[in-house]
Design a protein around this ligand. Structure first.
Ligand code: ADP
Ligand code: MG
Length: 581
């Protein structure tokens, strides 16, 4: 620095407060989160949140918890003053959400704060009012047991931060989710949220997560979710990790990960790797670009997780992250694969039925949820075309079939030029997408054979079939062992039409042999076996229907195995070839 008179000085407390406040208190929703956490730590059974103007004008959190003793009230607003932690050792085994003793001080430093509280053992309560962290007055007050914290003019003395606040709608949405998250993690606590005098959300405190889910996501969505309740088997040297909550069936999904909500020991956390573990459990069940809904509460020994790594406590570090991911993935996967007979589901049979009645395929725009008006800038929901049955958004322009060449390629033209389509690769893509849609929507379609077929396989193929039998079941096959290396096929996927088992069995097994053997690989194998081959002469209608389906595949450019589905020659390419430019 050029100023020679610059010396090192400890900043006055008020300045420290304003700087530090920036760390944990980024926006109005951070205040709501901290105050809710305090209410939960205080043992409240009811928490009410009121907000005006997206929190910029007023934020108030009221609880019926233990309250603060009069002689401790000023201390509560001092930095690093906490009743929840005595020594560094205790950080290892925290059972409260707060521990740094920073929130009240940080919030008060950048606002006008008023607290009215009465400790449940004291006859009289107290009111304390601060401005920019400085106490303006303190006086006795009659009040019910519990605490009401009111924050006005947030960031009034930190203009830079005020300027960075997003639109009021965005702040409202963040506040909504801060409250909704805690309502889901603590279904025993009754939460209410009022924004600008209107009640936006209320949970009963009845203790059932399912009830809160219906409030947060909407009843229709909640009905598409199934309960997860798994505890990792005890093993020596391994912590006990419990995974509970709800996840969506493949019939319900969204185009982003924002409905995957995770808690670790009652704390809402953000962990992209853990979210990924959840989506991985849907491998083969959801199309690319679709993400599940999930509310998962993980419980593990407090010393297995370090919560003291992030200013807003939104991220945590696990002693063995791999173990946690595996536990989550296993728990979710098991529920999804076994969900047909999921017992602890409060909506029982209805879980599968009444959401997509009349639809053959999942609709393109993932269902809107209760909180969606709060997601106004998400911009994800495309409208279906009027009159047409629900279908996916198109990924290619409308193409007109011109003809077929070499009994292998379809020539088509569109506004952007000429397309030479490989009928085999394109059909593979279309069939694969159909299978993925079907498995996401109740299962791949199969049919009992009029006459069951017996097939004799090579010893290697029989061995492989024994290993991947579950994938054949996923493809809707019913196969029984008949004798050594000999099998009876009673049911097979619709896509195979009249093809003979002696033909499709070895080919399917061949496709699966070198693959990772996931349900997606199985779908790709079936698509490859069932697809139109080269050498097949096609009628124009058949070609037009194939192209029309390809136009709406989410990934139309390649077969599932990665082969090109078409070559595009743009007008410019053609003009260039004929040197017209
Ligand atoms: P921390 O939660 O990390 O301890 P805070 O600054 O959030 O730090 O709160 C400081 C202290 O004030 C808490 O430790 C607690 O004793 C008390 N406190 C804050 N809010 C409440 C509340 N709603 N009910 C009872 N006590 C509270
Ligand atoms: Mg706190």
């Amino acid at each position: 620095m050029s100023d020679a008179k610059m010396t090192i000085k400890v900043l006055p407390e008020a300045v420290i407060g304003r700087i530090a406040a920036g760390e944990a208190i980024e926006r109005p929703a951070s205040v709501v989160k901290e105050l809710i956490e305090n209410a939960i730590d205080a043992g409240a059974s009811a928490v009410q949140v009121e907000v005006e103007a997206g929190g910029a004008r007023l934020l108030r959190v009221s609880d019926n918890g233990a309250g603060i003793r009069r002689r401790e009230i000023e201390l509560a607003f001092k930095r690093h003053a906490t009743s929840k932690l005595r020594s560094a050792d205790e950080l290892q085994g925290l059972r409260t959400l707060g521990f740094r003793g920073e929130a009240l001080a940080s919030i008060a430093a950048v606002s006008r704060a008023t607290i009215v509280t009465r400790h449940r053992d004291e006859p009289m309560g107290v009111t304390l009012r601060l401005r920019g962290g400085a106490v303006e007055h303190e006086r006795p007050a009659g009040a019910p047991a519990g605490t009401v914290v009111t924050i006005e003019n947030l960031f009034f003395n930190t203009p830079a931060r005020l300027k960075f606040l997003k639109s009021e709608a965005t702040e409202k949405r963040h506040i909504h989710w801060a409250a909704a998250r805690y309502a889901m993690a603590y279904p025993h606590i009754a939460f209410a949220l009022k924004q600008d005098g209107r009640e936006r959300f209320r949970s009963s405190g009845g203790g059932e997560l399912a009830d809160v889910l219906a409030k947060v996501f909407g009843l229709k969505e909640a009905k598409c979710m199934v309960a997860v309740d798994a505890v990792e088997a005890r093993r020596p040297g391994r912590p006990r990790i419990a995974v509970a909550g709800y996840v969506s069936l493949p019939t319900l999904s969204r185009a982003s990960r924002d409905r995957i909500i995770l808690f670790v020991n009652g704390r809402a956390i953000q962990d992209p790797a853990l979210s990924h573990a959840v989506t991985q459990a849907y491998d083969g069940l959801l199309p690319a670009g679709a993400f599940p809904f999930a509310v998962l509460l993980l419980t593990m020994p407090p010393d297995f997780v370090d919560v003291n790594v992030h200013p807003t406590k939104a991220e945590v570090r696990f002693r063995d992250a791999q173990l946690v991911f595996a536990a989550v993935q296993r728990a979710v996967r098991e529920v999804l694969l076994g969900s047909a007979d999921a017992a602890p589901d409060p909506w029982a049979e209805s879980a599968f039925s009444d959401v997509y009645v009349g639809y053959q395929k999942p609709p393109p725009q993932w269902p809107r949820s209760a909180g969606d008006e709060l997601f106004d800038d998400a911009g994800l929901d495309e409208m279906p075309e009027a009159g047409a049955p629900p279908s996916r958004p198109r990924t290619l322009p409308v193409l007109r079939v011109v003809g077929q060449v070499g009994a292998a390629y379809i020539i088509a033209e569109g506004p952007a030029g000429l397309y030479l389509v490989d009928q085999n690769a394109a059909h593979e893509r279309v069939l694969y997408q159909k299978l993925i849609d079907e498995s996401a929507n109740g299962g791949i379609e199969g049919a009992l054979l009029a006459e069951s077929q017996t097939v004799l396989l090579s010893p290697e193929d029989s061995e492989l079939l024994a290993q991947v039998g579950h994938l054949f079941t996923h493809l809707s096959f019913e196969i029984e062992l008949f004798g050594p290396n000999s099998f009876v096929i009673r049911r097979s996927p619709m896509l195979l039409g009249g093809m003979q088992a002696a033909e499709f069995m070895p080919r399917l097994l061949d496709c699966l042999r070198g693959s990772a053997r996931t349900p997606t690989d199985a779908a790709a194998a079936l698509a490859s076996v069932a697809a139109l081959r080269r050498g097949q002469i096609l009628e124009r209608e058949k070609m037009q229907s194939l192209i029309a389906q390809l136009e709406r595949c989410p990934e139309p450019f390649a077969s599932p195995g990665g082969r090109k589905t078409f070559i595009h020659l743009s007008r410019e390419d053609l003009a260039e070839e004929f040197r017209r430019r």
